[in-house]
Ligand binder design. Structure first.
Ligand code: B3K
Ligand code: ZN
Length: 895
C-alpha cells in the first residue's frame, strides 16, 4: 500500500542511471517466519553521465527498496549509521565518496506473508520469486530498472528436509550442508552463477521439495543443454507435453530466427500461486502450473495448446527480452509484442495456421479493441503510467504483436529476417527501445518506417472504410480507402497510419484476377499487399473485365476496423470461394453479425424473432463439405460471441444480444440437426476407439465434435442427453469430459446436471487445475441465478481468494464471460465484483486491478447501468487506502 498519492511517470522524463552495478552477490537465508537477504553490489558511476560531474562531486545514490527492514549497511566495508543515509518507504539514499564503490546491505523480509505474489513469496510450501516489473525492490535495495544490467551470483540456504531443491539463475557452482559453530546443521546451501548480464527483473530463486523431469537438447552448434521441469511430486506425470513443447521451441528458434540457447541448463518450475501465466527469468523460468501441467485426463485441448504456446513464449524471451532487453518499461512491447508474434508464428507452424490466426484475431477484436475504446486505452508504447503492472495489457502484447506482424508483411519474410538478425547482433547484451528495433528493420532493408512508427505512439483502433467504383468501358476498378482513428485519453488528434491491406479480387466464376495496378506494366499475383498511408487513398486496378468482388484485409493484415458494404449474398460467395482461409471465416462472421444484429433489432422492438435462412444455408454447406479442415468447420459454426457483439454495438443491449444469439443457436440446432448429429457421431466414434493424442488433427476433430454436441443439446432430445452422458462418463480425456459437463450444466436436465457436477468434483477434488475448470463452467453458465451460485461456490473448500487461478476461474469467468448475469439490471453483479476488488486490493493488488476491467467498460451500456457501474467504481475509490494498481484503473475510469 502506498502512503503518498501515486505519481504519474512519463517516458519523456527518462534519464540514464547515475550508477551501474557491475556485480551483484546475493545471499538468501530462508526461514519459516522471515528471510534474510544480504546483497553486495559492486558499483561505479555511469560513464555515460560522468562527463558533467563538477569537480569530484558525485550525485547521490538512490536505491529502490520497499517493505524491507534494513539491518545493516556498509559502504566499501565501512558500516554506515543512520546519519549516513536517508530512508523512505520506497528509497534508500546515500552519498558515494568515489566513482567506484561497494555497497553491502542486509535486510529482513517476509515471504511467508506476501500475498501480493510479487518479490519473494511462498506458493504452498515452496519459496519462489516474481520480479518483473518492479518486484526486486521488495527483495533488496537496488537500482531496480531494466537498463541496469549486472552479473549475478546467488547463494541460498534453507532447511534441507523441507527444501531439498535450491535453484537460481545460471549454472550451479557449489553446494553443501551448512556448518555452524556447533557442527553440521539441518540446513544446506547452494550457489548459482549467471554468466550473462541481466536486469534485476530477470532474477529468480526457488526453494522447495520438488521433483524434476529431465531431458536434453543438442543445439545447432552441437552443445548439450540439460532441460529440467521441476514440479511437486504428484505432478511428474503431467510434464511431457511441456518438455516436448520446449524442445520444439528451441529447434524452431534456431531454424526460424537463427537463435540458439546459451546456458548449459534450462529450467522450468511450476508453481500454483502465480499472478500471470509465466515468467522468463534467465535460465529459470517460473510458470503458473496451469501453463506447464497437461495430460489427457486433466487438461483440455485448449490447455495443451496454451502450454505449448506459453513454454515457447518464455523460451523465446531468452533472445527477445533477456539478451536484448528493454531500456525502460515504456518499451515493454519491444519484448512482449515481438515475443507474442514469435510464439504465434511458432503455434501456427506447429498446428493449423489459419485456425491459429482466427483464434488470435477473434480474441484481439473482442478484447483489445474493447480496451482501445475504454478509459485505459493507451498506445503500444505508452507515454505515461502510474503503475507499470497495469500496462501488461492486450494492447502492449496482442496489438504489439500485430505491429510486428505488419512490419513483416511490409518487408516480406526475408527482409524481416534480415532486420531481426541486425537487431539481435547490434543490441545483444543491451537495454534498448522500440525505436532501436525499428531502426534495425530500416537499416537492414533500406526503408523509412517513420510514418509506420505512429502505431507505437498513437492509441485507439483505426477505422478503414472502403468504397468501390467500376468503369466497365475502361475496364478499371478502383477502391477508395478512408482511414480515421477515434480519440483516446490524452490523444484527440491522430495522424494517418501506414495500414498494410492484403487483398484480392474475385470474379463471378469464383476465380481470382491477376492484379495490375495503375502504372504497372504487367499483372503480378492474385493477392497483393497495398500500404494505405494517406487519410484517403484510391487504388486503381487495370484490365478488370467484369465487376469483381474484393477480398479485403486478408489474414487480418492490420489491426483495424474495416468496413465495406457487402450484402449477404456477397458474403456467402466469399465464404465459399475466397482463396484466403481467414477471409472465408471472416465472411461467415460478417454474415452472422448482420443476421444477429437484425435479430437484436427485432428483440428491441418487441417483434417476433425471424432469422434470415441464408445463415442456415451457408452453415449447412460448410457442414456438408467433407474436404474442409474440421477445425475450420468448427470455427465457422461458432457464432460471434456476446462480448464481440457488445464491442461492436454503439450501446450494448445485454439482454437483446443474449436472446438474439440464443435464438439463432436454437434455429441452427434445429435446422442442422441431422448433419450435426452425423458429424458428432463420426467423431465420437473415433474418440471412443482411440486414445487421446494432443495433435492438430485430433484437436480439429474434437473441436467439431464438441461444438456439434453443444448445438445438439439445445434440442433437449433424449438421444442427445444419452450421448452427452456417455461422453461424460466414458471418455478418456478432459476435452470431451469438460464439454459434456458444460453442455449439461447449461441444459434443462437438473438431475443429471447435479449428479455430473458432484461426481466430477469428487473425482478431481485433489487436482486444483481441474477444479478451476469446474468453477469456471458453473460461473460462466448463462442460466438465471449465476450470482448466487458463484457466491455459494466461494464457500467451497477448494476455493480461496489467495490463489489467482481460483479468482480468475470463478469471479473472473462470471464477470467476463457471463454477461447476461453480470449485467443484471439491479446492479447486483457490479456490487459483487466491487466487493471482491476491495477485498483483493489488500491481498493482491495486481489481481484486484485486473479483475476490475469489466467495470471500466461502463461506456458501452445504457444510462441506468452506467450509473450503477460508476457508483461501484466510486465506492471502490472511497473504500480506504488503495494500491497504486487499483487507484490508477479506478481513477482513470472515472475521469
Ligand atoms: N514477462 C512476464 C510478465 C510478468 C509481469 C508481471 N507483472 C510474462 C511474459 O510476458 O512472458
Ligand atoms: Zn512475455
Amino acid at each position: 500500500m502506498r502512503s503518498e498519492q501515486p505519481k504519474m511517470i512519463y517516458l519523456k522524463d527518462y534519464q540514464a542511471p547515475d550508477y551501474l552495478i557491475d556485480e551483484t552477490h546475493l545471499t538468501f537465508e530462508l526461514f519459516e517466519d522471515h528471510s534474510l537477504v544480504h546483497a553486495q553490489l559492486v558499483m561505479r558511476r555511469n560513464p555515460a553521465c560522468a562527463a558533467g560531474d563538477p569537480g569530484n562531486d558525485l550525485p547521490p545514490l538512490v536505491l529502490d527498496g520497499q517493505q524491507l527492514e534494513l539491518l545493516a549497511l556498509a559502504l566499501d566495508g565501512q558500516a554506515l549509521t543512520e546519519a549516513d543515509y536517508q530512508l523512505s518507504d520506497s528509497h534508500l539514499s546515500l552519498q558515494p565518496k568515489a566513482a567506484s564503490f561497494v555497497i553491502d546491505s542486509s535486510v529482513r523480509i517476509h515471504p511467508e506473508s506476501n500475498t501480493a505474489l510479487e518479490g519473494l513469496y511462498k506458493s504452498g510450501s515452496m519459496f519462489c520469486t516474481q520480479c518483473e516489473a518492479e518486484g526486486f525492490r521488495k527483495i533488496t535495495y537496488y537500482l531496480d530498472r531494466p537498463d541496469v544490467m549486472s552479473k549475478f551470483t546467488t547463494t541460498l540456504s534453507a532447511e534441507q528436509h523441507r527444501y531439498p531443491v535450491l535453484l537460481s539463475n545460471g549454472n550451479p557452482i557449489a553446494s553443501g550442508p551448512e556448518e555452524t559453530a556447533a557442527g553440521k546443521s539441518v540446513r544446506h546451501w547452494a550457489t548459482w552463477e549467471d554468466p550473462f548480464m541481466k536486469p534485476a527483473y530477470l532474477f529468480a530463486l526457488v526453494a522447495g521439495d520438488l521433483w524434476c523431469v529431465e531431458d536434453s537438447f543438442t543445439t545447432m552448434s552441437q552443445r548439450e543443454v540439460a532441460l529440467r521441469i521441476y514440479v511437486e511430486p504428484e505432478n511428474v506425470d503431467k510434464c511431457q507435453h511441456a518438455m516436448d513443447s520446449l524442445k520444439k521451441s528451441m529447434r524452431w528458434d534456431e531454424e526460424t530466427y537463427g537463435r540458439e540457447y546459451d546456458l548449459d541448463i534450462f529450467m522450468i518450475v511450476a508453481v500454483n500461486d502465480f499472478n500471470m501465466g509465466a515468467m522468463e527469468n534467465k535460465g529459470l523460468n517460473i510458470f503458473n502450473s496451469s501453463c506447464v501441467l497437461a495430460k489427457a485426463e486433466t487438461a483440455t485441448d485448449a490447455a495443451h495448446q496454451r502450454v505449448e504456446a506459453v513454454v515457447a513464449h518464455e523460451y523465446f524471451h531468452n533472445w527477445s527480452g533477456n539478451r536484448v532487453t528493454c531500456r525502460d518499461w515504456f518499451q515493454l512491447s519491444l519484448k512482449e509484442g515481438f515475443t507474442v508474434f514469435r510464439d504465434a508464428e511458432f503455434s501456427a507452424d506447429m498446428n493449423s495456421r489459419t485456425v491459429k490466426r482466427i483464434e488470435d484475431v477473434a480474441y484481439l477484436r473482442t478484447h483489445q479493441f474493447a480496451e482501445d475504446a475504454g478509459p485505459m486505452a493507451h498506445p503500444v508504447r505508452p507515454d505515461a503510467f502510474i503503475e507499470i503492472s497495469n500496462f501488461y495489457t492486450l494492447t502492449v502484447y496482442e496489438k504489439g504483436s500485430e505491429v510486428v506482424r505488419m512490419i513483416r508483411t511490409l518487408l516480406g519474410s526475408e527482409g524481416f529476417r534480415k532486420g531481426s538478425d541486425l537487431y539481435f547482433e547490434r543490441h545483444d547484451g543491451q537495454a534498448v527501445t522500440c525505436d532501436d528495433f525499428i531502426k534495425a528493420m530500416e537499416d537492414a532493408n533500406g526503408v523509412d518506417l517513420s510514418q509506420f512508427k505512429r502505431w507505437y505512439s498513437q492509441g485507439g483502433t483505426p477505422r478503414l472504410a472502403v468504397s468501390e467504383a467500376y468503369d466497365a468501358a475502361a475496364k478499371r476498378y478502383s477502391l477508395t480507402f478512408s482511414q480515421s482513428c477515434p480519440a483516446t485519453p490524452g490523444q484527440s488528434e491522430k495522424l494517418p497510419f501506414v495500414i498494410p491491406v492484403e487483398l484480392g479480387l474475385l470474379v463471378a466464376q469464383g476465380g481470382e484476377l491477376p492484379l495490375r495496378l495503375a502504372g504497372e506494366a504487367a499483372a503480378s499475383g492474385t493477392s497483393r499487399v497495398i500500404a494505405i498511408c494517406e487519410a484517403e487513398q484510391t487504388v486503381i486496378f487495370e484490365d478488370v473485365a467484369e465487376r469483381p468482388l474484393p477480398s479485403l484485409l486478408r489474414g487480418f493484415s492490420a489491426p483495424v476496423k474495416l468496413s465495406f458494404p457487402y450484402n449477404r449474398d456477397q458474403l456467402m460467395f466469399l465464404m465459399q470461394h475466397d482463396s484466403d482461409g481467414f477471409n472465408r471465416w471472416e465472411a461467415g462472421q460478417q454474415l452472422s453479425v448482420q443476421v444477429l444484429q437484425e435479430l437484436i433489432g427485432q428483440h428491441q422492438r418487441g417483434e417476433p424473432l425471424v432469422m434470415d435462412q441464408r445463415l442456415i444455408a451457408a452453415l449447412r454447406s460448410v457442414l456438408d463439405n467433407q474436404q474442409l479442415d474440421q477445425a475450420m468447420v468448427a470455427e465457422m459454426l461458432s457464432l460471434p460471441g456476446e462480448a464481440f457483439l457488445t464491442e461492436i454495438s454503439e450501446v450494448a443491449d445485454v439482454e437483446a444480444i443474449h436472446s438474439a444469439r440464443e435464438f439463432a443457436r436454437l434455429q441452427l440446432a434445429e435446422a442442422l440437426y441431422e448433419p450435426l448429429w452425423q458429424r458428432y457421431q463420426d467423431n465420437r466414434d473415433v474418440s471412443r476407439s482411440s486414445t487421446y493424442i494432443a495433435e492438430d488433427q485430433h484437436f480439429a476433430r474434437r473441436s467439431l465434435q464438441n461444438i456439434a454436441l453443444s448445438y445438439l443439446m439445445l434440442s433437449s432430445k433424449p438421444e442427445v442427453l444419452a450421448a452427452c452422458l456417455e461422453q461424460f462418463e466414458a471418455c478418456d480425456n478432459m476435452t470431451e469430459r469438460l464439454t459434456a459437463l458444460a453442455v449439461l450444466i447449461n441444459s434443462p436436465f437438473g438431475a443429471e446436471k447435479a449428479k455430473a457436477l458432484a461426481s466430477f468434483a469428487d473425482f478431481f477434488k485433489d487436482n486444483p487445475l481441474v477444479m478451476d475448470q469446474w468453477f469456471s463452467v458453473q460461473a460462466a453458465s448463462a442460466l438465471p441465478g449465476a450470482l448466487a451460485r458463484v457466491q455459494q461456490l466461494m464457500q467451497h473448500p477448494a476455493f480461496t481468494l489467495k490463489n489467482p487461478n481460483k479468482v480468475r476461474a470463478l469471479i473472473g469467468a462470471f464477470a467476463g464471460q457471463n454477461l447476461v448475469n453480470f449485467h443484471q439490471a439491479d446492479g447486483s453483479g457490479y456490487r459483487f465484483l466491487a466487493d471482491q476488488v476491495i477485498t483483493l486490493n489488500a491481498l493482491n493488488p495486481q489481481i484486484a486491478s485486473r479483475l476490475l476491467a469489466p467495470l471500466t467498460r461502463w461506456g458501452k451500456y445504457d444510462a441506468a447501468r452506467q450509473s450503477l457501474m460508476k457508483a461501484e467504481l466510486e465506492r471502490i475509490l472511497a473504500s480506504g487506502e488503495l494500491s497504486s494498481d487499483v487507484f490508477e484503473v479506478v481513477s482513470k475510469s472515472l475521469a
